[in-house]
Design a protein around this ligand. Structure first.
Ligand SMILES: Cc1ncc(COP(=O)(O)O)c(C=O)c1O
Ligand SMILES: N[C@H](C=O)CCC(=O)O
Length: 427
């Protein structure tokens, strides 16, 4: 069933470390070999062995319209014909920036980069430049990409491989990274009392890199209050939740607002893009207007901008219908899974935010990284593996979130639930 993928993986391992270009793809925590993908179409993936999967990963979030959306495809092809990159400004950048600015109430300007990692790294530099302070606060289990100062107690692949801090990062570079427990107000207050040098808090307001673990409103309000009190900036890392949790991302469904917002994934519709955005005043510190340096040869790449532009315009044009439908399907899926689990006396916790969904095999909904660690990972691995064999492609780690795309149908979800029922019977 996976013969060609197994062979392809062996070949890849000879020339690529671990056979993959991003560790989470390696299936290490669930076992088995990652299927090598030949193509995607709508909600489906096809591997080189001819297996077809209903895709709940969607390239880890960017593909809100699924694979090969015709409008996005057309815009990309049209743009490619004019050249791949110019290293000079194009109107597409302004157009995409306008789309983002219009949707978020608290941002005036956007700077495009090529990945979420660059977006958060640059946002932190900007926060330090604006405040003149050095320390940053991040939370256990939140993942903000792989820049040195953020690879501390990080989620996603770092958690999956059981090494939440990375060799190769000198202690000198992380000594300004203060780590607090997610959703722990007292811990956060203490952190601010202990340091007078805090430039910013960076947070996934809806954490998706320790599984789906949303921050409480009270916790986010405390983040805001402490930042204001101590002259620090609040960075909402919306690389994953931006345009996913709602049209206005996490910011659209939460009472608290960040000062700097980072984006990625959906704003590039599958092309390599990231961005960070803030008020005119904060962004004014950025080079060439201000002194905080930030740059990129391929930043604002026209093909990526064109893909993102079509994607955001399509979302915006039909937002109410689209987000209601995505959310209904995410809920149908996780509530269905929970009902099946209950039928077979399997403890399960589920949650959704817009088209993001998560499920844990445990008695109580985890509210931080340590509690996620108490869930039944072995059961998750078996479930993942068996579902894959039946043609359902879930994220290959308990420390990840699932995504619904617009082309998934209710029939697809029913088929997934039928398969889950057969598997959970013996799980
Ligand atoms: C919340 C969050 N921030 C930052 C990143 C880093 O983005 P990228 O992988 O594009 O560098 C990711 C995903 O990897 C993410 O989920
Ligand atoms: N959890 C990560 C991003 O959200 C997964 C993507 C990756 O690191 O390859």
């Amino acid at each position: 069933m996976f013969e060609k993928s197994i062979k392809a993986y062996e070949e890849a391992c000879k020339v690529i470390p671990g056979g993959v270009d991003s560790p989470v793809r390696a299936f290490k925590s669930v076992g088995g070999t990652p299927p090598f993908i030949q193509k995607g179409e709508g909600a489906y993936l096809y591997d080189i062995d001819g297996n077809k999967y209903l895709d709940f990963v969607q390239s880890w979030g960017p593909l809100i319209f699924g694979h090969c959306d015709k409008d996005i495809e057309e815009a990309v092809i049209k743009t490619v014909k004019n050249g791949l990159s110019f290293g000079a400004p194009t109107e597409l950048e302004t157009q995409l920036a306008n789309e983002i600015v219009e949707m978020y109430d608290n941002i005036d300007k956007v700077r495009f980069v090529s990945s979420g990692t660059e977006a958060t790294m640059s946002a932190i530099r900007l926060a330090r430049g604006v405040t003149g302070k050095n320390d940053i606060i991040k939370f256990e289990g939140c993942y903000h990409g792989h820049s040195d100062s953020l690879l501390v107690q990080a989620g996603s692949g770092m958690a999956t491989f059981g090494a939440p801090s990375s060799p190769g990062v000198p202690a000198d570079l992380t000594k300004h990274t203060l780590v607090c427990e997610y959703n722990n107000i007292e811990n956060l207050k203490k952190c601010f009392e202990d340091s007078s040098d805090i430039a910013c808090i960076i947070i996934e307001p809806i954490a998706g890199n320790m599984g789906l673990v949303p921050a409480t409103e009270e916790f986010l309000a405390t983040c805001r209050e402490l930042c204001d009190k101590y002259g620090a900036l609040l960075i909402f890392d919306e690389v994953m939740s931006g345009f996913r949790a709602s049209l206005k991302g996490a910011s659209g469904i939460l009472k608290t607002q960040g000062d700097i917002i980072t984006f990625g994934k959906v704003i590039g519709a599958g092309m390599p893009v990231g961005a960070f955005a803030a008020s005119r005043e904060i962004m004014g510190h950025l080079s060439p207007e201000g002194k905080v340096y930030q740059a990129g040869t391929l930043s604002g790449n026209p093909v990526a901008m064109a893909a993102g532009l079509v994607s955001l315009r399509k979302l915006k044009a039909n937002s109410e219908l689209i987000y209601a439908d995505l959310s209904a399907k995410a809920n149908k899926l996780v509530n269905g899974l929970k009902d099946i689990a209950t039928k077979y006396n399997i403890p399960m916790q589920v949650d959704t935010r817009g088209s993001m969904f998560g499920f844990f095999f445990c008695e109580k909904a985890p509210k931080n990284f340590a509690e996620v660690g108490l869930c039944d990972f072995k059961r998750f691995a078996t479930f993942h593996h068996e579902m894959l064999k039946k043609g359902f492609y879930f994220a290959c780690s308990q420390y990840e979130t699932g995504f619904i795309c617009t082309t998934i149908t209710n029939e697809d979800i029913d088929a997934c639930l039928n398969a889950a029922d057969e598997i959970m019977k013996n799980l």
